[in-house]
Write a protein that binds this ligand. Sequence first.
Ligand code: GRF
Length: 197
Amino acid sequence: MTHRAVAILISGTGSNMLRLVESMQGADHPARPVLVLSNRPEAKGLKHAAALGVPTAVVDHRGRPKPEFEAEMDAALRDAGAEILCLAGFMRVLSADFIARWEGRILNIHPSLLPLFKGLDTHARAIASGMAVHGATVHEVIADLDAGPILGQAVVPILPDDTPDTLAARLLPAEHRLYPEALRRFAAGNRARFALL
Ligand code: GRF
């Protein structure tokens, strides 16, 4: 069985990254983690990835022109032999040029039921909308922010006394089920949408 080589891009805790790495340990999984890359040297996820034996890299974006930052990131990803990129709490907006170089091979998880609530503060906006449900979406990345083809979505209830923090805490375990399933399917060539209810 050939395994697709996956690089995971993080900026912080990396809880989704950890679930992705753990999910790829299975013998029948169609992919393998080859790199965890962060744009922030202090990202906690780097230590967790190294503890699981996954190579790590830091490409700091601060104080640098974006093309220079992205060129160094692109080189690190290609040197690692990455075929698929998973954005997991990666808080830099990628340029159209970078996305074009990896077209059809970049996934992202967004904490809302896209196309609703693109951008930031999704939990507060979902609560303010008066909706009864919220969720997360794994989608392919295109140049338009949070707008690529949807691969999978997970749904959770919004409770009357929810705050953005309590809603985020209810959603994260659903994200941790959604992203590994979406990656498994994508790496096996299956782009059919699915839902975790
Ligand atoms: C998650 O809600 C994810 O959807 C968003 O950032 C949050 C933290 O993710 N992109 P992680 O724990 O760093 O994976």
